[in-house]
Design a protein around this ligand. Structure first.
Ligand SMILES: NC(=O)c1ccc[n+]([C@@H]2O[C@H](COP(=O)([O-])OP(=O)(O)OC[C@H]3O[C@@H](n4cnc5c(N)ncnc54)[C@H](O)[C@@H]3O)[C@@H](O)[C@H]2O)c1
Length: 281
């Protein structure tokens, strides 16, 4: 599998582009406009520049990796790629429309993957006439650093597509795990009820965000407390995941904490907007 297309210009898309380019793949990065696509390549460059500064990457290697990435505004350019990873906003209608177009433009046998955190992968598959080729490749944030990839098979995914996805993840030096197509997959189904409980605890003035973060870091030896993690993941993405868990399992305890909804409404989405539970400006 040599050429890859990534749809999206956000946190996950740019991280995933970096992962594939580092592993030697040619990557087409598609944004809704040429400017967005170019800015996303700029974000990949920034990340590589940081690695150079830290002495983890030579300048020559950075230039080689960057040369593999081509920005585009046209999904039609994906007609020759072997794999597409869709990483646009966590919105089913947006994703379905991307998959319908991919189905029209991609060559037969291309694997069409989504990195959705919480939406049913089968919905993306059903937006195409090739549901057997659609699979979930759930990368974690930041994609260049995090080793885990959840490979999500729907009721329609072909076995050879799952096998190719497994081999691909190993080639990318990731650690794949497999699961079915259920809200939250493995990690988020266990993680987000906990994060939501932390927001409810803060909302009830039971403890401060700093104390809750410190307690979970030191008490459970976690690298980050819940509010640090929510701000990294993005509060809009987190809210979408919690809503999906709630809608699928209908458990009242899974209803998103109102404070999370209010912060999202106020545009405080975490680190990516400079403000979330904390102020990074
Ligand atoms: N943030 C995480 O920790 C994380 C982890 C794993 C997977 N994901 C998943 O990755 C995907 C992207 O998340 P992200 O964190 O990169 O979000 P983000 O907000 O950083 O980026 C979203 C991208 O979608 C694009 N977009 C928005 N509306 C669009 C539309 N109507 N048509 C086409 N593109 C549109 C935006 O321009 C942007 O490029 C989501 O499905 C999310 O669930 C996120």
């Amino acid at each position: 599998m040599s050429s890859v297309g990534v749809v999206g210009t956000g946190t996950m898309a740019t991280g995933i582009v970096e992962v594939f380019a580092k592993a030697g793949h040619d990557v087409l990065l598609r944004g809704r406009t040429t400017e967005k696509a170019q800015a996303a390549v700029g974000a990949v460059q920034k990340s590589l520049d940081r690695a150079v500064k830290k002495g983890r990457l030579s300048e020559a290697d950075r230039d080689t990796i960057l040369a593999r990435v081509t920005p585009t505004a046209a999904l039609e350019d994906f007609s020759t790629v072997d794999l597409v990873v869709e990483a646009v906003a966590e919105d089913l209608e947006v994703k379905r429309s991307v998959f319908t177009t991919l189905d029209e433009v991609c060559k037969p046998g291309a694997i069409l993957a989504t990195t959705t955190s919480s939406l049913p992968v089968v919905e993306c598959a059903a937006a195409t006439k090739r549901p057997g080729d659609v699979v979930g490749l759930h990368f974690f944030n930041p994609a260049p650093v995090m080793k885990l990839v959840e490979i999500v098979h729907t009721v329609s995914t072909d076995a050879d597509v799952i096998a190719t996805a497994q081999k691909l993840c190993l080639d990318l030096k990731k650690v794949p795990v497999h699961c079915g197509d259920r809200a939250g997959f493995i990690v988020n189904a266990l993680l987000f009820p906990y994060l939501n409980d932390a927001v409810s605890m803060l909302e009830a003035h039971y403890a401060s965000a700093d104390d809750i973060d410190t307690a979970m870091r030191l008490g459970c030896r976690l690298p980050m407390g819940p509010f640090q993690l929510l701000d990294v993941v993005g509060l809009d993405v987190s809210l979408a995941i919690e809503k999906t868990l709630y809608n699928e399992f209908r458990d009242a305890g899974l209803a998103p904490a109102p404070l999370l909804e209010h912060l999202v409404t106020a545009g405080r989405l975490g680190r990516k907007t400079g403000k979330g539970f904390r102020d990074y400006s």
